[in-house]
Design a protein around this ligand. Structure first.
Ligand code: ADP
Ligand code: ASP
Ligand code: MG
Length: 412
């Protein structure tokens, strides 16, 4: 007998027929004798629809009320799955975030502060199945909160950690983690396993198959994640620690995967004075405004001249960034603020980078061969990212996928 948290994404929960299918998967695990907590997402498209209602109601909506609205999608599916499981003769019941409770702080992208495992332990002891809406928690004041887009993954991993589950199974609409988004590269290969560290980097640079926070939490808590599809019985991908990885994947490549992120915008400040403190006085107000600056490039000025400073911010923070920079302009003394949202960040991730030189050079060459211009670069120990024009997204991802030898063998 194992203790398993099963999480079903929006596509798996989209409509009664699919919910019935999900219930069948839960029943199968229950009949195998496992203890189960099931975390569900809202039906596919529902959270988008609810967010749109908030925007239409007021462009400056209150995050507390936003949470009240968007948390409802998961409430519906958790109730429906519990009803369906009961109809199959199983001892299932839904538990809202406030009933466990899943304690969170903040609104709209709330952080999980703690989960009380007592209720779930009682459910397990009584051979019951708990169905829990993903994405939602409750604040100290008793208000409903949500965890940010894709947050049901984090709910599932946090619950798995709270009840010390043996595994967290994330059922989604693809049958595992691929070398890149299989929806844009048909030659993408399914990975038998990835390390937490690689998955964390991949998710943080755009591979949204798992919410980044869920991977960080699984890594800290040592919870093995299995990513698989609810649509058939294919084996899926294990997300595990460094020690366990060889057990699942003997033939690891230097590069694990390629990801892209269109949610970054480029800002260039021209004529930045070449003196100590210039750059600090540009980034200080952005930091105070809570804006995450990602890539940064500064041109080297000739003696006595000024430089240009280019960096990226999340597209959603562009207007606020512009505002803050406009206010700082006189004090810093730069000329112009230029912005561009038609950019994409493409990244290659792999622990093999640690021991192999030339991975970045290979990336730059492959892009140059296709005439793709690089606007900015960042690197970490296991990642290289470049900023390019958005129109080249698919071409760049495909070219890099081939250049790093990631294409599936049976691909033409
Ligand atoms: P869910 O609703 O189940 O949470 P998501 O849409 O959040 O599903 O995540 C699954 C999607 O992630 C897939 O449909 C796929 O397009 C996308 N994706 C991006 N990068 C990858 C990758 N490297 N491997 C697998 N899927 C990926
Ligand atoms: N329904 C929420 C969203 O779409 C949470 C999730 O599905 O993970 O972001
Ligand atoms: Mg998701």
């Amino acid at each position: 007998m194992a203790r398993i948290v099963m999480k079903f994404g929006g596509t798996s929960m989209a409509g009664i027929e699919r919910i019935r299918h999900v219930a069948g998967l839960v029943k199968r695990e229950a009949e195998a004798g496992h203890q189960l907590a099931v975390v569900v997402s809202a039906m596919a498209g529902e959270t988008d629809r609810l967010i749109q209602f908030c925007r239409e109601a007021s462009s400056l909506y209150d995050p507390r009320e936003y949470d009240v609205v968007v948390a409802s999608g998961e409430q519906v599916t958790s109730g429906l799955l519990a009803i369906t499981l009961q109809g199959m003769g199983l001892n299932a019941r839904s538990y809202m975030g406030w009933q466990l409770p899943i304690l969170t702080s903040g609104h709209a992208a709330a952080l999980i502060e703690g989960i009380d495992a007592a209720v779930l332990e009682r459910v397990f002891a009584a051979d019951g199945i708990a169905v829990i809406p993903g994405f939602q928690g409750v604040t100290e004041d008793g208000d409903v909160a949500t965890l940010g887009r894709g947050g049901s993954d984090t709910s599932a991993v946090a619950l798995a950690a709270a009840v010390r589950a043996d595994r967290c199974d994330i059922y989604t609409d693809v049958d595992g983690v691929y070398t890149t988004d299989p929806r844009i590269v048909p030659r993408a290969r399914k990975l038998p396993a990835v390390t937490y560290e690689e998955m964390l980097e991949l998710a943080s640079v755009g591979a949204k198959v798992l919410q980044t926070r869920s991977v960080g939490l699984a890594m800290r808590e040592g919870i093995p994640i299995r990513v698989l599809t609810s649509f058939d019985d294919r084996p899926g991908t294990m997300v595990v620690g460094d020690e366990a990885i060889r057990e699942f994947d003997m033939e690891r490549q230097l590069i694990t995967g390629i990801a892209y992120d269109k949610n970054e915008a480029r800002i260039t400040l021209t004529g930045v004075p070449d003196r100590p403190g210039s750059v600090a006085s540009i980034f200080a107000p952005l930091a105070q405004g809570g804006i995450n600056v990602d890539m940064i490039v500064q041109s080297v000025p000739r003696a006595g001249q000024r430089s240009d400073l280019t960096f990226t911010v999340p597209t959603a923070s562009l207007a606020q960034s512009r505002d803050l920079l406009e206010k700082a302009r006189e004090g810093v003394g730069f000329d112009e603020i230029l912005t561009d949202t038609n950019v994409v960040k493409v990244s290659a991730v792999g622990v093999g980078m640690r021991s192999n030189a030339g991975i970045a050079a290979q990336m730059f060459q492959a892009l140059a061969d296709r005439g793709i211009n690089i606007l900015a670069i960042t690197t970490s120990e296991i990642k290289v990212s470049v900023l390019i024009a958005e129109e080249y997204t698919e071409l760049a991802v495909r070219v890099l996928h081939t250049a790093y030898g990631l294409d599936a063998e049976d691909a033409a």
